[in-house]
Design a protein around this ligand. Structure first.
Ligand code: ZN
Length: 355
């Protein structure tokens, strides 16, 4: 089955982890044996080869670079200008992968339809994977004029915040509103007909954004607070608001967001019983709230700074998303429901939005 993954940090892995995503998973893992600079060394789960094996023909891929004030302990750049340059480097990598025939950027309805046609009919084992460019955390947008520039480069979705306080909104593990700058940003997001990604907004920023913004919104990678109680997750009230706005919410496979009481760097998927079953639990929860299967998708985040050590135990690579349809069948979902979840809902969202 065709799979749409609404959240991958491909360029971050290529440039900050020095991973050539054209290599098979096994080669990337081998090349990282003995490295200790990052917790997921030798345990990555995403490469172009694995995506093709899983029939993940389209994804939302990020640019990501944080700007931090001097009093902010999170890692990040000391100026928005450096953060901007980082995202421009990331864009250069996406362009290089397009030139190499690995990726194709999707920015409008015509390209989307053409890509789906090509992916579903071509027998080429090396066909390019489609990507929709998104910005995770807007700190790198130096001025509002830079958003227009990013749009011209193909940027189609934007999450105003990531972790901590940001220029335009407060993110995960922080508390605060969107302020004048956030309002200006959202106005421009709507004017450019971009998609607001509500993921990572803290509660206050989330509700303030909902008050002033009437454009298209999705949540690329978010699970349910009801199942794992943390501010990174959406409350039922937030989920209901997103459902009311015709949003699609991508289910994330970062283990700490799937099972309660996970301790990062200590807990293991095996001992905590983290598996794709919890993804199905999150899907169930949202479908029960909505009364249909039209608001859930997949947004794995499988290369978001973690690997097998913090992923479902029954997943070795992203290709194992292939197991999800059968798992949902086991829970009574129909073929149409499953198609909605694996790709249909996000595709419908994009087709409606780009019409
Ligand atoms: Zn994220």
């Amino acid at each position: 089955m065709f799979i749409f993954d609404a959240h991958l940090d491909l360029s971050m892995n290529a440039l900050e982890w020095n991973r050539d995503l054209r290599w098979p998973i096994s080669e990337i893992r081998e090349s990282e044996v003995g490295m200790t600079d990052k917790p997921d060394r030798g345990k990555n789960t995403v490469s172009f080869d694995a995506m093709r094996k899983g029939n993940i023909g389209l994804c939302v891929a990020t640019q990501i670079a944080r700007y931090v004030h001097q009093d902010n302990p999170l890692p990040g750049w000391n100026s928005p200008h450096q953060a901007w340059a980082q995202t421009q480097g990331q864009l250069a990598w996406y362009r290089a992968m397009e030139e190499a025939g690995e990726l194709v950027q999707i920015t409008n309805l015509e390209q989307l339809n053409a890509h789906l046609e090509q992916w579903n009919t071509s027998t080429d084992e090396h066909k390019p994977i489609g990507y929709i460019l998104s910005l995770e955390g807007a700190d790198s947008i130096i001025s509002i004029e830079h958003l227009q520039r990013s749009y011209e480069q193909g940027l189609r979705a934007i999450g105003p915040a990531h972790y901590g306080p940001g220029t335009y909104a407060y993110g995960t593990d922080s508390v605060g509103g969107i302020g004048t700058k956030g309002k200006e940003l959202l106005k421009e997001v709507a004017r450019l007909n971009m998609i607001l990604d509500a993921t990572h907004l803290c509660d206050q920023s989330f509700w303030e954004a909902m008050d002033v913004y009437q454009g298209a919104v999705w949540a690329s990678h978010n699970n349910c607070r009801k199942l794992v109680d943390h501010n990174r997750q959406f409350s039922d009230e937030q989920l209901q608001e997103l459902i009311n706005r015709n949003a699609v919410i991508g289910m994330v496979l970062d283990a700490w967001m799937m099972v309660p009481n996970w301790i990062r760097g200590q807990s293991t998927p095996q001992e905590m019983g983290a598996s794709l079953q919890q993804m199905a639990d999150n899907i169930d929860h949202i479908c029960q709230m909505a009364g249909n299967t039209l608001h859930v998708g997949i947004g794995t985040d499988l290369d978001g700074g973690f690997g097998k050590e913090q992923s479902p135990a029954d997943l070795d690579t992203i290709a194992d998303l292939k197991q999800v349809p059968e798992l949902l069948t086991g829970r009574g979902y129909t073929q149409t429901d499953i198609e909605n979840i694996m790709h249909g809902n996000f595709l419908r969202f994009l087709k409606t939005h780009w019409k």
